[in-house]
Ligand binder design. Structure first.
Ligand code: CO
Length: 210
């Protein structure tokens, strides 16, 4: 028995169970995908996109990295965003953070964690920008929860500022960007009500105006 045989066995069982409820499921899915959503979430193993929103394969396009970041020069994330918007024509992009995020925690502290700190610098920038609001909160957990929410809202803005989203809106494509936070404690999502669905909601500095 090979070390990962258990995973292949689980895989066969899963494929069987999907086929038993819809015999043509994989056949249809192999022909095309047309997801309406792009999920940009944290890599944390406790925050699996499909399960949380109860969607099947084919229904949600996913990009995950440490602390659900959208960095302007990250071609991995930008490539996913461009393909999702320009080719798949998703209608919604959700940036999904989660309370208790190790990335947020590590960014908040001043320890030396090596290379990852450079990635987390983007959260440090958020922490610094909102330091007065954050420092007004006594409780450490509540403070980190707020930082988690502020990070999501910042990443929503970053999505909106990309040329990909700006161009989509300019050509009249219907597209909304949302910010959500997931709670590990009860499995529920919270909408941060920071949805942006048109260029006019952004500062002029980021808009393509022609
Ligand atoms: Co996380």
């Amino acid at each position: 028995m090979k070390p990962l045989d258990n995973l292949f066995e689980k895989n066969r069982n899963w494929a069987e169970s999907v086929k038993s409820s819809d015999p043509r499921f994989f056949e249809k899915l192999a022909a095309q995908q047309s997801p309406e959503y792009l999920w940009i979430g944290c890599s944390d193993s406790r925050v699996p996109a499909n399960q949380i929103v109860g969607l099947m394969p084919g229904e949600i396009f996913v990009h995950r990295n440490v602390a659900n970041m959208v960095v302007h020069t990250d071609f991995n994330c930008l490539t996913v965003l461009q393909y999702a918007i320009d080719v798949l024509k998703v209608k919604h992009v959700m940036v999904v953070g989660h309370y208790g995020c190790g990335g947020i925690d590590a960014a908040y502290e001043n320890a030396d964690n090596g290379l990852i700190d450079n990635w987390l610098r983007n959260i440090k920038d958020v922490q610094h920008r909102y330091r007065e609001r954050l420092e007004a909160i006594e409780d450490r957990e509540a403070r980190l929860n707020l930082l988690c929410e502020l990070n999501v809202m910042t990443q929503v803005s970053n999505v909106c500022h990309t040329t990909i989203v700006q161009n989509a809106w300019q050509r009249g494509q219907k597209l909304a960007i949302h910010g959500w936070v997931y709670s590990l404690e009860d499995g529920l999502l919270k909408d941060l009500d920071c949805t942006v669905d048109r260029a006019e909601q952004m500062a002029d500095a980021y808009r393509i105006i022609s």
